[in-house]
Design a protein. Sequence first.
Length: 159
Amino acid sequence: MKRLALALALLAGPAAARDALGVYQGWGAFRDAAPRRCFAIAEPIRKGSASWRPFASVAHWPLQRIRGQIHVRLSRAVPAGTIVTLGIDGRRFPMVAGSADAWAPDPRTDAAIVAAMRSGQRMSISAISGNGSRLVDTYMLKGAATAIDAAALGCARGR
């Protein structure tokens, strides 16, 4: 369990003052002091290499008034303009892709994805990678709702 928390904390980038808020099944919740943010994060079922660590996260940025923002680091880079789709138990959501990352196109889609994550079993991210092969990263959602709630509470006003 401690190894999972450490791996998840490292996935999210450097952290001068990162607090672990909890680990819930395969999902962790963390809080950063600067910039102030809290997030739930997980690795896909198939892990990336040591130098390339894919993840899915749901972040709260209280100073920017952003709640429940979806961010996915893909397991491989994809060409510009690639169509990336996030699926949860048969529901499909369009994503906006960067070369190695994907986000929901708007806050309304973020909210719909988070709602689906709360009751879903499995989430997948699919795209066509730069070499033309199909990319599919799969995440188990057990523990996601609790980690998302822990992240939201971690950035609640007054903390």
